[in-house]
Design a binder for this molecule. Structure first.
Ligand SMILES: [Zn+2]
Length: 448
C-alpha cells in the first residue's frame, strides 16, 4: 500500500513541477541551447556556483531550483503562448484597466495582424500606416494624437554605442558575461520570460554583474498577432518572472522581431514598459538559419558598418542602438571578437539605462543606476539602498537617488526568488503558492 502511495506521490510531484520545453515561436529561438526537465540535476544551487561553470555542456544541463518549483503554478507553460491565468486576480484587474483604455481609443483599438509565427500574407494593411506598424516601413513615431511616446531607436549621446543583447538568458552565457566583467562593460539585456524560467541562476547573473534588464516577452512570438489579453499576458508574465527571480521589475521592453503597432505599444504603456527598437542590426541572429544565406563574414561586415559610422560622422550627435544577441555561442563569440574595434572607434559603449539617464530603471526605487556622466566617469556599478515602497507611477527619469546605505551589486546579490509581492502593480495581494516539496516530505513521513 505504502509503495503504491509513493509512486502516486512521485507522479503527482512530476506532473506539477517538471516543466519541459515545448518548442517556441521563431527560427531565431529554435537555435538556442534548449533546456529540458528542470528536475534532472540538483546543482548548481545558487547564482555564484552557476556563474563559475566554464564548461558549456555543464552550463546547459538543466537543474532544479526549488523557489522556482514553488512558483510554477503561477505561470503559463514555457515557450507556449501566454494567457492570463484564471485565478490571477492582480493580472486580471490590471488587464481590465488596460483593456478599457484600448477599447475606448480608436488609435489603439486595432485588429490583430498576422500569425504568431510571423505570417503576414493575409494582412490587408492601409499604406498610410496610421497604426505605426514597425514591420511595414519601420515606423517608430506614433502620431502625436495617440499620446504614445516615440520608440527608442538611438541614444542621445554622440559617438556612443547603446549596447544590448536580446534573447537571454542563454544557458551558456558565462564566457560572454565573464568577458563583459573583465572589460567593466555593462549592457542592457532583453530577457525572454521562458528563458528566465528555464535558466533562473543564469538570469540572476545579470543583476549580480550590474547589467540592465528589460522584457522580451514570455514566448518570443510576433506580438501584433495576439488579441489584447494575450499580448498583455506575454508582457505581464515575462515581467513578473523577472521580478520573482531577479528581484527587479523592468520598465522597458523590446518587441521580438520589432513587431509592434500602436495597440501593442498602448498595452506595453499600461505595464509601464517603454518600447526600445534599434537603429542597426548586426544580423548575428541570421547565421545558421537555412532560409537565409547569412555568413560570419556578413556579420563581420555589419559590425564594421556600425564601427565605421563612429569615424565618418554618422553618429556625431546621436549614437546607435545596435541589435546584438546572446542567442547562441556564435552570436556571443562574434561580439567578443568585434568588441576591440567597437571600443577603439566609439568614444563610449554604454547600456541603455546609462545612455538614457535612467537612474531608476526599475519600479524598485532603491536600485540606482549610474547616469551617463557617472558611467563614462568610471562609476559603472549599481547601488542598492534600503528597500522602500514603490508605486505604480514610478518614473524612469531622475527621481531622487537613494544612495544612503548603498552597496555594490557585486558585493551581494539582490535576488529575491520566491518573492510574491507585486510591487507597483495591482492590489498588492499576496500570490498564493504551495510549497510542494515540503508537502510531499510530510506526506512521505506520514506514509512511511
Ligand atoms: Zn529576440
Amino acid at each position: 500500500m505504502s509503495s503504491l502511495v509513493n509512486v502516486l506521490l512521485i507522479l503527482l510531484h512530476l506532473s506539477t513541477s517538471v516543466r519541459g520545453h515545448h518548442g517556441c515561436g521563431g527560427g531565431e529561438i529554435m537555435r538556442r541551447n534548449l533546456g529540458g526537465k528542470l528536475i534532472e540535476r540538483t546543482s548548481p544551487t545558487d547564482e555564484a556556483s552557476a556563474a563559475a561553470i566554464q564548461d558549456i555542456t555543464q552550463e546547459c544541463t538543466p537543474y532544479s531550483y526549488a523557489p522556482l518549483l514553488q512558483l510554477a503554478p503561477l505561470y503559463p507553460t514555457t515557450w507556449e503562448t501566454a494567457s492570463i491565468l484564471p485565478n490571477d486576480t492582480d493580472a486580471l484587474a490590471l488587464f481590465q484597466q488596460i483593456s478599457q483604455t484600448i477599447s475606448s481609443n480608436p488609435s489603439f483599438n486595432l485588429a490583430p495582424k498576422g500569425t504568431p509565427e510571423g505570417d503576414f500574407s493575409a494582412v490587408q494593411y492601409n499604406g498610410t500606416d496610421v497604426d505605426c506598424w514597425w514591420p511595414w516601413q519601420g515606423c517608430t513615431q506614433p502620431a502625436p494624437q495617440t499620446g504614445l511616446p516615440d520608440d527608442i531607436t538611438s541614444v542621445p549621446e554622440g559617438e556612443t554605442w547603446g549596447l544590448g543583447f536580446d534573447d537571454g538568458p542563454n544557458c551558456s552565457h558565462n564566457a560572454l558575461y565573464d568577458f563583459l566583467l573583465e572589460q567593466n562593460q555593462k549592457a542592457t539585456v532583453f530577457y525572454i520570460g521562458s528563458n528566465v524560467y528555464d535558466w533562473p541562476l543564469q538570469s540572476m547573473r545579470a543583476i549580480k554583474d550590474g547589467h540592465h534588464v528589460c522584457v522580451h516577452t514570455w514566448s518570443h512570438q510576433y506580438m501584433t498577432a495576439f488579441t489584447n489579453d494575450v499580448a498583455f499576458a506575454e508582457l505581464y508574465y515575462a515581467r513578473q518572472i523577472i521580478k520573482d527571480i531577479l528581484g527587479v521589475t523592468p520598465l522597458c521592453w523590446r518587441p521580438p522581431y520589432g513587431n509592434v503597432d500602436n495597440r501593442i505599444r498602448a498595452i506595453a504603456e499600461g505595464l509601464n514598459l517603454t518600447t526600445i527598437i534599434w537603429s542597426d542590426d548586426t544580423n548575428d541572429w541570421k547565421v545558421g538559419d537555412p532560409t537565409v544565406n547569412v555568413t560570419e563574414a556578413d556579420v563581420n561586415a555589419a559590425y564594421q558598418i556600425v564601427v565605421k559610422g563612429a569615424t565618418n560622422g554618422t553618429y556625431k550627435s546621436t549614437g546607435p542602438v545596435v541589435l546584438n544577441h546572446e542567442l547562441n555561442n556564435f552570436t556571443m563569440s562574434e561580439f567578443i571578437k568585434e568588441y576591440p574595434s567597437m571600443k577603439s572607434a566609439f568614444t563610449h559603449i554604454v547600456p541603455m539605462a546609462a545612455a538614457m539617464n535612467w537612474t531608476h530603471p526599475y519600479v524598485e526605487q532603491n536600485i540606482v543606476y549610474p547616469d551617463f556622466a557617472a558611467y563614462i566617469g568610471g562609476q559603472t556599478n549599481v547601488t542598492i539602498g534600503p528597500s522602500i515602497t514603490s508605486s505604480a507611477s514610478a518614473s524612469k527619469t531622475s527621481t531622487p537617488g537613494i544612495q544612503s546605505g548603498s552597496a555594490s551589486v557585486s558585493g551581494g546579490s539582490n535576488s529575491t526568488a520566491g518573492e510574491k509581492n507585486k510591487e507597483g502593480q495591482g492590489s498588492g495581494a499576496i500570490r498564493f503558492t504551495i510549497n510542494w516539496n515540503l508537502l510531499y516530505l510530510l506526506l512521505f513521513a506520514f506514509v512511511l
